[in-house]
Ligand binder design. Structure first.
Ligand code: UTP
Length: 325
């Protein structure tokens, strides 16, 4: 079966990292965000992926083709006009009579795709959230979705659509997207996939919902670090580093060097990174980064970045109180 993976977005909320690196290639718990997604898809038997690229798309293309052997088709979305528009760009590569899986390239999930791909009708992944105003939401009726609303202003449902869509046939979706584009129907300035799906529901298409308990957002620095922590907790412990203290959970790339360092908890250290005379916790350190003589907490250090501090020499008397910024 084919999967469509949209990754054309700019990732503005993750700047400055996304100025030079696509969001989906940022390292979380030892591999790029999109690597976590691809591993799930390959395990579920997906043998062909249509990847919608745009901003820094050549880097995504290079990484995917170097790391996975399934068939890829890369489709360029020159302008980010919304998710429905992104899907529309793929129309000539999809057999509209066949089922289709759409999965966002920047959201890591923990769900068994087997039953989803066998679903007799179209089905969407959902999760209960406290504040649904940032998401598309599903209003449930008896055993099916009654209505979908993109970023509702009034709280009509707290079931967020997580970015996993299974359509038992692609054609009805493409015809509704065509309608949105022809009539220039947008929500919050974009052609929304939620709106196209809602048109299908209004026309009588049956959609069910499946729960996605493990849904790990990577869109902002704080959620990227929280996802890093959650995924690290599921991994095997790191090897020992003589002269260093490792506070699990951590991921330390085998080519990284640690010298007189305290690393972790909840820390990822990328390939060829060097951490010397430093303490790093709750952080992500990129490939080839150098961290020296400093203490880092909840930090994201980009690839090839260098950060170092200066050891202080202080001679203070009894009862002194000094806070060094
Ligand atoms: P987001 O809006 O969450 O991601 O889109 P973004 O645009 O990269 O990030 P911000 O908002 O600027 O920080 C969800 C997914 O849909 C893709 C994005 O690449 C992301 O994987 N997308 C969104 C497209 O491919 N094209 C679009 O027009 C919109």
């Amino acid at each position: 079966m084919k999967a469509i993976i949209p990754v054309a977005g700019v990732g503005t909320r993750l700047r400055p990292h996304t100025f030079s690196y696509p969001k989906v290639l940022l390292n979380v718990a030892g591999k790029p965000i999109i690597g976590h997604i691809m591993d799930k898809l390959v395990d579920a038997g997906i043998d062909e992926a249509i990847v919608i690229v745009g901003y820094l798309g050549n880097m995504v293309e290079e990484w995917l083709t170097a790391n996975y052997s399934i068939k890829f088709t890369f489709v360029n979305q020159p302008e980010r006009l919304g998710l429905a528009h992104a899907i529309w760009m793929c129309r000539s590569f999809v057999n509209e009579e066949e089922p289709l899986l759409i999965i966002l390239g920047d959201t890591i999930f923990d769900v068994d795709l087997g039953p989803v791909l066998k679903s007799p009708c179209s089905t969407l992944g959902v999760k209960e959230v406290d504040d649904p105003r940032r998401f598309g939401v599903a209003v449930m009726g008896e055993g099916k979705i009654e209505k979908l609303v993109e970023k509702p202003d009034t709280p009509i449902s707290n079931l967020a659509i997580v970015g996993l869509y299974f359509l038992h046939k692609a054609a009805p979706l493409f015809s509704r997207i065509e309608h949105l584009i022809e009539q220039n129907i947008t929500t919050k300035g974009e052609y929304q996939l939620t709106d196209a799906l809602e048109l299908m529901i209004e026309d009588g298409e049956r959609f069910t919902a499946f729960p996605v308990h493990g849904w790990y957002d990577c869109g902002k620095p704080e959620t990227l670090l929280a996802t890093n922590e959650t995924l690290l907790r599921k991994q095997a412990p790191a090897r020992k580093y003589p002269g260093c203290i490792i506070n699990e959970p951590v991921f330390i790339a085998s080519s990284a060097s640690l010298v007189n360092a305290v690393v972790g908890p909840n820390t990822t250290v990328g390939e060829h990174a060097v951490i010397a005379d430093a303490i790093v916790r709750d952080s992500i350190v990129g490939n080839n980064a150098k961290v020296g003589r400093i203490m880092l907490d909840r930090s994201i250090i980009g690839n090839n970045a260098v950060i170092s501090g200066t050891p202080q020499e202080i001679n203070i008397g009894d009862y002194s109180e000094i806070r060094v910024g």
